[in-house]
Ligand binder design. Sequence first.
Ligand code: ZN
Length: 137
Amino acid sequence: MAEFRIDHLGIAVRDLDKARMFYELLGMQVGPSEEVVHEQVRAAMIQTGESRIELLEPLGEDSVIGRFLDRRGEGLHHVALQVDDIADVFAEMKVAGMRLVSDALNIGAGGQLYFFVHPSSTGGVLIEICQSAEVVA
Ligand code: ZN
């Protein structure tokens, strides 16, 4: 059985620079913002012990985060669970008929592998399964 831990919580915001102020006020370190062009977002990570908070600002209204903000407003967008054997987990999810957002693993910033499981398969929350790049190498 795979071991999981919460890697990060993804929070959709309209204005990243405004949103980061809250965390900075708490004295937390907010990393530099980074554009992830294929996901159409500008993101910044906040380290919280073993886990992180990911702030997500849309790069366009017709992006995934842009549409989420239109429908639901700002708030929790996804929960990311980290595993060491993402390929196995991906295969198991497919066999079990879970609704996956992509047909293959995606490669994110720093070589991290990830995929999303649709909220209709998880009890209402978009779940990101990810594996850090060090484990792959
Ligand atoms: Zn994420």
